[in-house]
Design a protein around this ligand. Sequence first.
Ligand code: ASP
Ligand code: MG
Length: 439
Amino acid sequence: MSRAIEIVRAHGITRRTRPLVVLSAASGVTDTLIRISEFALKPDTHDALLLVDQLEARHARIARELIADSETVVTVQNQLHSVWEEVRTLVRGVHLLKELTPRSRDQFQSVGERCSTRIFQAALAERAGTSKTPVHYYDAREFFATTSDFTAARPLTGEIKKRMRKIHNALAKGAVGVSQGFIGSTAENQVTTIGRGGSDFSAAIQGVAIDAAEIQIWTDVAGIMTCDPRIAPAATTIDKISFSDASELAFFGAKVLHPETIWPAVEAGIPVRVLSSKEPENPGTIIVEDCESERPITGIAIRRTPVLVKITSRSAVIDTSIQAAAWEALDREGVAPLAVSLARDSALLVLDNMHAVPRLRAMLEHVADIEIVRDRALITLVGSGLKTRSGIAARIFRGLGRANCEMASFGGSQTSVSVVVQDDVAARVAKRLHGEFFE
Ligand code: ASP
Ligand code: MG
């Protein structure tokens, strides 16, 4: 939080770009709030209330550590205290009713953001000091209009834009704003949340609503990297990446933010930059709707031990029903395979997890043998250059060296190539491929 305050100061108070800061809860707080809501159903409220006390104490301490002026500390602690009193009332309510509805879950879950932003606003205002920059607190429940799908509410972007006009004007006049990610409210003023990890999505929606010049997502990794640096130490930050390449990398296992969450911004033509609060000087990665990359490959993703499903027909003749059944099983489970390879009498599916396996078995076992293999890895090279440059496939296969490639799949988008190798050689292979294309 302290680093975040410094970042906002450096970027927004000393320079002329006034940010709206969209904050998530302090680390682990949302998880604990969910535990509290579930503990409220226990035979007594002791455990739930104990956790409430601990969270309150923790936030009081954060306020003390971040805010110097003791009167401000007391003011903030009092504001937070009334929020925690609300939580205690909720615990008793759920306990008496013996019922935890999605609506009440959201009342619990939304508290982390309400508290972190109170502290942040006060600490930032104090450190804005002599610059006379006003730092406003904006309650997302007043402007972030959503549907009433509690715990998975959808933002109502038109309404949000209308309600954020005032904020937009205040920022244009030189104020800095602090608001919450993740939370919003229904037309009946019931608090909602938009799904776990939703703060990036909130930031994108709010950024679009106020017509931001850029949206920055501050995480703890400096942008999107050419490969996992623990595997390829020479991996570097990708300066600029297209939305589709970023999405492909995420889909195939690179640890980057879920690109779908920032789609509203990209679509609106607002660049999104991913940066690290641990290395604030690093310019990170900028994600844009479309860009030409000078390299044929943008990045390499590795998925360790995915689920390989080998389906082999027991019939000697071509049985077209097998493929249809496999796709239907996946569809019914809402699972998209990472890669697929087909042969006359067999199919190989690479899946992210075991979720669809029981149904695949149920629908296919009477006609086919099904084998599950786990000690493999899927290495995927992503890049729009794959479509247009020649000789890339040869370089990829050369990069595999002596590793046994058990399956290769050219992604339907023609912007990715995936190979399956034994997991114990995967790191070596990925590193060599990284050398081939980036070093
Ligand atoms: N605090 C929320 C969560 O933990 C939202 C977020 O982190 O983006 O899910
Ligand atoms: Mg979080």
